[in-house]
Design a protein around this ligand. Structure first.
Ligand SMILES: [Zn+2]
Length: 313
């Protein structure tokens, strides 16, 4: 059982989270209904049932659920203690940038950029089901042709649409937006890691070197937090280049496709020549193609290169 099956959505879980804070102090505790009632008199019976389901399961289930919870809210494994709950996602700061937790301009821009990335997803998903004679649908067709070399009659049209929907749904929920590691070359990335539980063997597991079958899970979305400063002070590549907000939103959307639909970067990025030479089958799984189609539909015209005035300052 996964944590997502216990609550209708991440927000529901997040709403319950204040009740779970003792996890930090009691990481291995198995609760009973009696002890929970004593700890949390305010919980109603439904909430108690959810907590029991979370922490009264078998040890293996508990480990899986706890890992999900830790990844989402930044407690236990994977936490450096520098997490902050934003209204609808969780930020994880690096030690270098912890002072920015108290910078209202930074916090505001981070939230704005996340919501902008969500808006890209909503725009592109809506365009797929728009009237075929509408402007949105026409821009979608032009963008799909330019970035994926795909039209509405191609088999992969619907694959791309499905991945846009899954990405949009992931972004719409709560997720962890973590800072990038020191010295990274990337504006953003998503790591794949092995969950800390022994699973029955399945296509989703690999045999780990400790002999356990571990499930591969996508971790947090990492973004260069310098992008959320005003103006952006991107530290990636050390060039301090300046990106428009739409591009920062597109970077978040790019990483979201890694996170939720396991895209790769095999045909590269918009500003690179291979991006524009790749065959359709390579583009189909390329994160940047998704990001720029979504950004184009949101903008109302096709973004074709980094020289577009909406991309760079
Ligand atoms: Zn990427």
């Amino acid at each position: 059982m996964r944590i997502t099956e216990l609550c209708a959505n991440w927000q529901e879980l997040m709403d319950l989270y204040p009740s779970f804070k003792c996890l930090r102090a009691n990481p291995s505790r198995i609760f009973t209904e009696g002890s929970l009632k004593a700890l949390y008199p305010a919980l109603n019976s439904t909430e108690l049932g959810t907590v029991m389901a979370l922490f009264g399961s078998t040890a293996q289930e508990v480990a899986t659920l706890r890992h999900d919870l830790a990844t989402l809210i930044g407690v236990g494994k994977g936490s450096n203690g520098l997490t902050a709950q934003m209204p609808s996602f969780v930020a994880k700061f690096s030690f270098d940038h912890v002072a920015w937790m108290n910078d209202p301009m930074f916090i505001s821009k981070m939230c704005t950029c996340v919501n902008h990335a969500r808006a890209l997803g909503t725009a592109v998903v809506n365009a797929f089901s728009a009237q075929t004679d509408s402007i949105d649908y026409r821009v979608l067709c032009e963008a799909m042709k330019f970035h994926f070399l795909v039209g509405p009659d191609d088999d992969t049209w619907d694959d791309i649409r499905q991945r846009m929907i899954i990405t949009r749904t992931g972004l719409a929920g709560s997720f962890r937006l973590a800072a990038t590691a020191k010295d990274t070359d990337f504006a953003g990335y998503v790591n794949t890691k092995a969950a800390s539980t022994n699973f029955p063997q399945s296509p989703n597991t690999i045999s780990w070197r400790d002999g356990y079958n571990r499930e591969l899970v996508s971790g947090s979305i990492h973004i260069d937090y310098g992008l959320f400063k005003t103006p952006p002070i991107a530290t990636a590549r050390g060039t301090g280049y300046l990106l428009k907000q739409l591009t920062i939103a597109a970077i978040i959307f790019h990483e979201a496709t890694h996170r939720w639909v396991q895209t790769d970067d095999d045909s590269g990025y918009l500003w690179e020549a291979p991006y524009h030479r790749a065959y359709p089958d390579v583009r189909l799984n390329n994160a940047d193609c998704y990001a720029w189609v979504a950004a184009s539909v949101w903008l109302g015209r096709v973004i074709k290169s980094e020289t577009d005035p909406e991309v760079m300052m």
